[in-house]
Design a protein around this ligand. Structure first.
Ligand SMILES: Nc1ncnc2c1ncn2[C@@H]1O[C@H](COP(=O)(O)OP(=O)(O)OP(=O)(O)O)[C@@H](O)[C@H]1O
Ligand SMILES: [Mg+2]
Length: 250
């Protein structure tokens, strides 16, 4: 299963979700590949340190048959990674001039995805060529949404881009409520913003706002290495379980 964690909005928990899902699936014995598709390289920093030579730019720009060469194993058992570096910004520009530019990630992943139970793609916060590549490659779009005014702005555009790129009426997606602060937001308020169609796609699991998740991010670690017993770890455990159970049928 290839999951693209994506939202055009910044700072909604895409990277936190990608990193902790990768670790959480691996904890369950599901071998996971995490692809960092954001030049900010935040999820890379959680699993790899030191200079990185072969990265996601190579993964998408080289021939698909070479894809395996750009996968790194990480110290976290069960998690492999295709890391990002800041040069991904230039790669995105270069990519825009190439033929079949939206299919490159899809074609690279087709060569390696069978080695993994789950592939997770951490997307950048904009609807550019990199996100287009993720939308093409994914079996499921996982869209983190932070409750609040304008939480779903950009959702339609994202889904429309996905349908258009794939030439499919409906692309499978699920909405994940993140950073919920029960002191300031009632869960009902979130649903009011969503039209009926989207309400059915909201996952049961909610990621609560938690200082331990925030601190784990600052420390550049999955929550399981930072504070194993915490609300954050429980929430991401529940998310792994829920995602493993869903059947993707739009
Ligand atoms: N559940 C949470 N509770 C508290 N803080 C959180 C939670 N999830 C994420 N954060 C914090 O919110 C900020 C944004 O999170 P994150 O980097 O995961 O978002 P993003 O969508 O990947 O951002 P970007 O669009 O820049 O890639 C970070 O400082 C992170 O530590
Ligand atoms: Mg991010």
């Amino acid at each position: 299963m290839i999951i693209a964690v994506t939202n055009v909005k910044g700072g909604v928990g895409k990277t936190t979700t990608s990193v902790n899902l990768a670790a959480g699936f691996a904890n369950r014995g599901k071998k996971t590949l995490l692809v960092d598709l954001d030049p900010q390289a935040h999820s890379t920093r959680c699993f790899l340190s030191g200079p990185i030579e072969r990265d996601v730019s190579d993964f998408i720009m080289e021939r698909p048959s070479q894809a395996h060469r750009f996968i790194h194993s990480t110290p976290y058992p069960g998690v492999d990674m295709v890391p990002a570096t800041p040069r991904l910004t230039e790669t995105a520009e270069l990519l825009s001039t190439r033929i079949r530019r939206e299919e490159r990630l899809y074609r690279a992943l087709a060569q390696v995805a069978d080695d993994y139970r789950v592939v997770i793609i951490d997307c950048p916060p904009l609807l550019g060529i990199l996100t287009h590549n993720a939308l093409m490659a994914a079996d499921l779009l996982l869209i983190p949404v932070q409750p609040g005014v304008g939480a779903v702005v950009g959702l339609e555009a994202l889904l429309e881009a996905a349908s258009e790129l794939r030439d499919e009426d409906k692309v499978p997606y699920r909405i994940l409520v993140t950073m919920l602060d029960l002191r300031t937001t009632h869960t009902n308020a979130i649903f009011e913003e969503l039209i009926e169609e989207h309400r059915k796609r909201v996952l049961k699991t909610i990621i609560h706002k938690s200082e331990s998740l925030n601190q784990a991010n600052l420390a550049g670690k999955p929550i399981y290495l930072y504070q194993r017993s915490s609300r954050g770890a429980e929430d991401y455990d529940a998310l792994c379980e829920e995602l493993l159970k869903i059947r993707i049928r739009h």
